[in-house]
Design a protein around this ligand. Structure first.
Ligand SMILES: C[S@@+](CC[C@H](N)C(=O)[O-])C[C@H]1O[C@@H](n2cnc3c(N)ncnc32)[C@H](O)[C@@H]1O
Length: 355
């Protein structure tokens, strides 16, 4: 019955479309973007993105520059009901790792089936946009944090990529609360890194444009692997360099070679959008992907070949794809069947000897 929606729309898009349908039926006009943003408690650009997608797929048309401009072209009842969550957690046996698989299910329930101390690295980004928590997709942060600590190997790492929403002009700081909770369950906050977006649209009229998210690097004990990524130094070649003082206490200088490279700083910059985050068009069926290079840089930094990389909220499968391309094993999980299908499709496009 929900065939069309299940194939074309993500759960969020279907929820928005359902809302538009009901609103229009009740009021005889469409809601403004700001009504929708308020209803789902998300930003207007997020709503824009979903409405544009619905228009491209032929679910509605909108007239540019007009406030109540949306006309829905289909009825929910014509094309199905909201997609339901199909779960395939039952395919995992207790105590076994679902290696090189994308599992559909709630992150906590999937982790509950996994053995203690079994994951080398998690690279993940939680839903911090409530459209994703709306109607049914519960997000049990505290149990996710506890389970992540249990399944992570001693010396393993969790990279938690997160930004803050603004509610009524006030930043939620959920990111900080989550970092503090991770400490409470036993992780060390090994580093607080910044994911800086090179290209970001102007968003607020009374504040500077936000261009970063946090990458909390959480370690269970001291990291067992660290392969520091390097960048070229600005100046290279030979130069007179300071030398240790001798017994006479005089500073000396000797001719020395400048270092050709140095360890990167903890602010990592990536272009976002098509050609930035990825050139893999498929990925953009998910509205909140992080850059492939971000996942890859963490994978290379904190793991070695054949290690196990996990993403409990894998969305379009970015972490799993980059694990595969870097000869690591992966486990992906997402609560949405649509995203699981998307991640599986994406994974099929990368060949490797490990899956
Ligand atoms: C920010 S997105 C992740 C995007 C991903 N990093 C990528 O590059 O495609 C968060 C994901 O969490 C999923 N999600 C939300 N609640 C979940 C839960 N309880 N268990 C598992 N996944 C969940 C959502 O469906 C969404 O795909």
């Amino acid at each position: 019955m929900s065939n069309v929606l299940n194939k074309q729309l993500t759960k969020k898009q279907a929820q928005l479309f359902d809302y538009l349908n009901k609103f229009e039926q009740k009021n005889n006009y469409s809601p403004a973007l700001s009504n929708m943003a308020d209803h789902f408690n998300v930003s207007i650009p997020t709503i824009h993105q979903h409405v544009d997608y619905l228009e491209r797929k032929g679910y509605l048309i909108k007239e540019k520059g007009v406030k109540y401009s949306i006309k829905v072209l289909k009825r929910m009842s014509d094309i199905g009901s909201l997609p339901t969550q199909e779960k395939n957690i039952s395919s995992i046996k207790h105590g076994e790792l679902p290696i090189n698989k994308i599992i559909c299910g709630d992150a906590v329930k999937v982790m509950e089936k996994m053995p203690d101390n079994s994951i080398d690295l998690t690279v993940t980004s939680p839903p911090y946009d409530e459209l994703r928590d709306y109607k049914g997709y519960s997000f049990d942060f505290e149990n996710i944090a506890k389970q992540l600590f249990r399944v992570t190997k001693k010396g393993g790492i969790v990279v938690w990529v997160v930004g803050d929403k603004i509610k009524k002009g006030n930043k939620t700081l959920t990111s900080f609360k989550q970092a503090l909770y991770f400490q409470q369950v036993g992780f060390n906050v090994h580093d607080v890194m910044i994911y800086r977006k090179k290209n970001t649209p102007f968003m607020r009229s009374n504040a500077y444009t936000n261009c970063f998210e946090f990458m909390f690097v959480l370690s269970k004990d001291s990291p067992k692997t660290f392969n520091p990524l390097k960048v070229k130094t600005v100046r290279q070649g030979k130069e007179m360099l300071p030398f240790n003082k001798g017994a006479d206490g005089v500073n000396k200088k000797i001719m020395g070679e400048l270092k050709p490279e140095k360890t990167m700083t903890n602010i990592w910059e990536y272009a976002v959008g098509y050609g930035g985050s990825t050139s893999d068009r498929l990925a953009f069926d998910h509205p909140a992907i992080f850059p492939e290079k971000l996942a890859e840089d963490h994978i290379l930094s904190w793991t070695k070949e054949d290690d196990i990389i996990f993403d409990p909220m894998c969305g379009s499968g970015t972490t799993c794809k980059m694990a595969t391309l870097n000869k690591r094993r992966y486990i992906g999980c997402d609560i949405s069947q649509e995203y699981v299908e998307l991640a599986k499709k994406r994974l099929k496009t990368v060949s490797n000897n490990f899956s």
